[in-house]
Design a protein around this ligand. Structure first.
Ligand code: GDP
Ligand code: MN
Length: 352
């Protein structure tokens, strides 16, 4: 497959001009942010940038999710910045839970969490983080406030958008028939997912009908399925179809993983879980690399090359590997590009 035919964003006012096109071409889409009330200031920082770099010209909706009701401070500050409709959704107890699911051996889980907490693994000793990962893996897309949208764009508090986005990424998804879009890829800490691959292979063995043909198995397992190399899309940025996660294949896959208990006994992240599903259940041409979206989530960023970035506040200089994570040895994007025969150096125009 080929990356889309495109031209460079040579028009400096492309984003402003896009504002006039809203009535004609908006997709059915919303931003989604999972956040706590205490995340309000970081949430504002992210929203302000999404709005300034893109959404002021489009006014897409925003959906905020939380397992506790949002307070008035959160709601009023956030509403003041969003240019589209704002909705606040409560996460149902059974999807987050005061405690662990009934089939989880509580003592075994607590022991595992405490043991991982002794190691230098991010959030290794945290139960709330595990609940969050399980929710982002298996439930956020089930929220009824997402029923009316075809696509969502996940945004987290405290992220940075480093360039203008002078075209509509949702429209790119639509016009090129993409299901999942990303900007950064990297390797997972293997200690957080010791049995995730075997559990996934068990699922595939029982349900081979869900495998896409072709798929991206080679990207996640260059040794033809023996092991998982940890490559994943960094899911703190995600533009995707709600319907993919609601598919029979993904729901069955999540249920299988959830029953196995690795969200608690280990520390399965939603990024590897989403990525394994995307790599196995989608064809390569259904996956989109947003190579012109400058994006930072600590401690890494994607800074587009000058030919495709617009009004960026970042550098691609090879002197500093932190400028563009893709050129860092720890990125899985070079392998992704190779497998998909990706053509670099192109960006989408405002007309897409
Ligand atoms: P990291 O990106 O892996 O370091 O994890 P984050 O702390 O950024 O959490 C990922 C997302 O889940 C962010 O959007 C957070 O705001 C959100 N989040 C994390 N923990 C909780 C929680 O306990 N409650 C709620 N409502 N949101 C959470
Ligand atoms: Mn984060």
């Amino acid at each position: 497959w080929e990356s889309a035919p495109v031209r460079t964003p040579e028009d400096p006012d492309a984003l402003a001009k896009a504002a006039s096109r809203i009535p004609h071409g908006r997709e059915s889409a919303t931003f989604v942010m999972l956040a706590r009330n205490s995340d309000v200031w970081g949430a504002l920082d992210s929203i302000r940038q999404v709005e300034d770099r893109f959404n002021y010209a489009y006014h897409y909706d925003w959906l905020f999710l939380n397992e506790e009701p949002f307070n008035d401070e959160f709601k009023s500050h956030v509403s003041a910045l969003c240019s589209g409709k704002v909705q606040f959704g409560l996460v149902p107890d059974e999807q987050w839970g005061k405690d662990m699911p009934s089939w989880i051996d509580r003592d075994k889980a607590i022991n595992a969490i405490n043991a991982m907490g002794q190691k230098p693994i991010p959030y290794g000793g945290s139960l709330p983080y595990r609940k969050m990962c399980r929710y982002q893996s298996g439930f956020f897309f089930e929220h009824p406030l997402l029923d009316s949208y075809e696509y969502y764009w996940r945004v987290e508090p405290n992220v940075k958008f480093l360039c203008d986005i002078p075209y509509d990424p949702f429209k790119v998804m639509k016009q090129h028939n993409r299901t999942y879009g990303f900007v950064v890829t990297l390797y997972e800490y293997q200690e957080t997912i010791p049995t995730l691959w075997q559990t996934t292979k068990d699922f595939i063995d029982k349900n081979p009908q869900y495998l896409a043909e072709p798929n991206m198995m080679e990207w996640i397992s260059p040794n033809k399925g023996d092991s998982y190399n940890g490559c994943h899309y960094w899911s703190n940025f995600e533009i995707a179809k709600v319907g993919f996660w609601r598919s029979e294949a993904y729901r069955a896959y999540f249920k299988h993983l959830d029953q196995a208990g690795g969200f608690f006994y280990e520390r399965w992240g939603d990024a590897p879980v989403h990525s394994l599903a995307v790599s196995l259940f989608l064809r390569p041409d259904e996956i989109h690399f947003f190579n012109s979206i400058g994006y930072r989530h600590e401690p890494f960023q994607m800074c587009p090359i000058p030919a495709v970035g617009t009004k960026c506040t970042c550098s691609t200089s090879p002197d500093d590997p932190h400028n563009n994570f893709e050129f860092h040895g720890y990125s899985c994007t070079p392998a992704w590009k190779k497998i998909t025969h990706y053509k670099s150096g192109t960006a989408f125009s405002a007309d897409v």
